[in-house]
Design a protein around this ligand. Sequence first.
Ligand code: BES
Ligand code: ZN
Ligand code: ZN
Length: 492
Amino acid sequence: MTLNIQFMSLHMPENRNVVLFAFENNMTGYSIRAMNKSVQNALDRAIKVDHFTGKFGQVCKLVSPDENYNYIIIIGLGDQNQFSRSKAKDAGGIATRTLHNKTESFLMMVDWDFTEYTGFFVLGAFLKNYEFKKYCEDKSQKEGLKKLTSIDVMASDFEGAKKQWEGLSAVAEGTYLTRDLVNEPSNHLYPQEFVNRIKKLESLGLTVEILDKDKMKELEFGALLGVAQGSNADPYTVIMQWKGNPDDKEAPLAFLGKGVTFDSGGISLKPANGMEDMKMDMAGAATVIGLMSVLAKRKAKVNVIGIVGLVENMVSGHAQRPGDIVRSASGQTIEVLNTDAEGRLVLADILWYTQDRFKPRFMINLATLTGAMVIALGYEYAGLFSNNDDLAEKLVVTSQICGEKLWRMPMGEPYDKAINSDFADMKNIGGRDGGSITAAQFLKRFVNDTPWAHLDIAGTAYISKPNHCGPKGATAFGVALLNQFVETYFEK
Ligand code: BES
Ligand code: ZN
Ligand code: ZN
């Protein structure tokens, strides 16, 4: 549910639920001065009894000793010198989690000079309130549970915080959009429906262009169409453009996403166990959509193209067979040895098309590309593969600040060799060893020396346990990261 956020200057809190923050071993940091004596005594006692030291993530929660307040909680922020925007975001998420189902509203007091962080406390609190319950009966009223509908923020520089939130609220809404797309089951979100949802973004000032199956045949998208041919659902490629800086003569930036609305594996069928998670195999595309919506909402002064390849990978009498050879838009032929390595086939055609048509400054693609990525990096870091050190460095630095972390992986000739084929220009798999790297090498063959980065988000896009900033399921990893990346380096 989206939240009503209100900023105010420091005064006596009217909200009955108050969230305070404290650094480790610095109990003077939390704000009690606006509250009354009995509350202050109760807090001091709670801190002692609870052994609350302000370690990051520690929560001290009490019910107010008088009627003026209900809950008062203090959240530990850890070492002051190690504090970051990403920690502020997580601390905000902890506030929402702690008061989940208990209040309709709470107030966060950020009363010191950490203006840089105020918006990130709010962002985390907002993101943690996300849920995907559209197919569930709402039992909360029957059970007397309260839904959070608003957050008040009391900050010394509340004007500054409000301004900062203007940009960050776009990130919050873009994140919700991406999560909603990723969580949506595949019987509801198939390529055509995905297109419908993208079209709605025209109202934000984005232009949307659709390439249907016939158009893609004309463009000779043999690799993408081969994946789609087993499904009853028609494939689409969608191109979004945000022209936030019309006077800029430089080439646009390009973001591309894998949008496999369901990946059964095709004839190389996946095992039944866990196959349901493959509704999320369009997370790359959903992240591009979320990002484009953020840029448009905050009217970013930059020109950006977003492209997604939307297909369903299914089994049928029409499905592509192992051993089939397809001709990609680039003219290179591919021997499809495993129909489950379909993401790279989709990306091959849209990467080639993007560099050919738009000559962008760089291309960054996002894809839930390989299970091997999850084996290599788990759920904390996404893999970054690039042919350009400057681009890679900028992405890594941004990832460290915003908390959606990237780890650069190696590439090179010996890995590239693994995908040479005896019967075609290449094959679509390179064996089990270094599976994420050989997948990246495959993509690299379609970028034609354009500066390029590939983010393999297989482990980070969808999680099986809640984290600080959201429930289990879709995370929208990459939306905040790439928005920050564009803002830091490319806006004028
Ligand atoms: N969509 C999967 C990758 C994936 C796995 C994403 C787990 C998220 C979680 C991809 O299309 C795939 O099936 N890749 C194969 C490649 C293999 C056949 C070379 C894989 O990783 O097993
Ligand atoms: Zn697959
Ligand atoms: Zn896939």
